[in-house]
Design a protein around this ligand. Sequence first.
Ligand code: NAD
Length: 510
Amino acid sequence: MDNAKTTVDVKKETAALLEKLGVARAAWSDGDMPSYSPVSGEEIAKLISITPDKATAVIDAAHEAFKEWRVVPAPRRGELVRLLGEELRAHKTDLGRLVSIEAGKITSEGLGEVQEMIDICDFAVGLSRQLYGLTIATERPGHRMMETWHPLGVVGIISAFNFPVAVWSWNAALALVCGNSVVWKPSEKTPLTALACQAILERAIARFGGAPDNLSQVLIGDRAIGEVLVDHPKVPLVSATGSTRMGKDVGPRLAKRFARAILELGGNNAGIVCPSADLDMALRAIAFGAMGTAGQRCTTLRRLFVHESVYDQLVPRLKKAYQSVSVGNPLETTALVGPLIDKAAFDGMEKAIAAARKEGGVVTGGERITEAGKESAYYVKPALVEMPEQAGPVLEETFAPILYVMKYSDFSAALKDHNAVGAGLSSSIFTLDMQESELFLSAEGSDCGIANVNIGTSGAEIGGAFGGEKETGGGRESGSDAWRAYMRRATNTINYSKALPLAQGVSFDI
Ligand code: NAD
């Protein structure tokens, strides 16, 4: 393990960062909910969890804020998000470091997550002047028909541990310019970064001047508090990011009360390496996609189909990369792979590897790396598993760095296997053959929400709509026209004639 010097006092540094980011000590020093750093496994804070009754009152207050915010002109609402972007730029280093402490991300990925927040703020500011509706041809003389987009209400955000800050910003930046208030239930594994984001937003709100109280709030708690948000009648939209198991519970509950859902759930992402692929490029993309973030991205590459003609050129090089990749403490080393989030993640990884072996899998890597004094931290060597076929654990998402590699001879059979899993988030093809790449992107190609050519499955930009099909939940957030989910559409017909013609030629003379 790349852990040459282990001198950082994680708890002390956490306290210093929280102070710099403006989080009140009382919010995290002596509460009932412990928070841990995966870097060392130690407890770093004790937060105060909210009760269901108090959470309900917070949501009610956010509804009152919405009533004021919805009539603020959209470009002015954009000014608040512009200020949020400025505050994030000023605090990028500290917030990125806190992400590394709380989620275990390597330095460039912790900072990259904050950059993603800045990018979505920029996008949302522009959007605040572009919340357009259509003018539509009407069949009636002396009439005009158009659509207008109005704010929706309180937007509930539920987020996962692995993107502890970016997912909030994707939703909050759009929701705020669209005229909504926001209530966020962050992962119970990463609550400190949520408090930091709230403090940063509050600074932007203070500079903005005149925003309603309770425009954006955070609910610290576990799944039961998430359920309060999901069931509250004054929350017309919940954007929930997490496991497919969570979505299977949240989706029907929202449907039952006719609330909207943006579900961003698990992925079981695959890549296909074709005979014409640029193998140097593919190798780098596969290494980052599969081992980056210790395999804990929803878009992590988990399945790889390699054509038999290039298998023996690519896979031995890939195995070498797995054997040599640096694993270590992200706060003190330049290692490329940090820790798993907790013991449960490690147990899941061990279980999947054992199941893969039973299916005939041959494993490179996958061992735990321990260090004296850090017995509660879970560092692992990423695992590459050569599988005789797609079976057993290959069909499911295991949220850890395991890449299943399979050989193929027929492109259409590989494409069929590619699509034969429950999840439908991200996908890649590595080819220089135009017919293969176009087929992969076509209606009969990849069935995922994200389909890439000659880049990996992970590392999406905010400009595109982000999300996936099937068990990934069907939601879209971030760029393109994802903003429409955060607003309600009204179709307006205006009669400026002196007659009252009815549509479809209907007559009703009284
Ligand atoms: P998780 O499902 O355990 O928890 C996610 C969030 O949901 C947490 O805040 C949790 O408290 C809350 N929650 C859980 N059950 C709930 C319920 N019944 N009602 C209301 N809230 C509930 O997920 P995790 O372990 O934190 O994150 C990893 C998972 O998230 C992976 O499956 C990963 O693929 C997925 N993920 C998806 C995306 C995406 O955009 N598609 C992004 C990041 C992570």
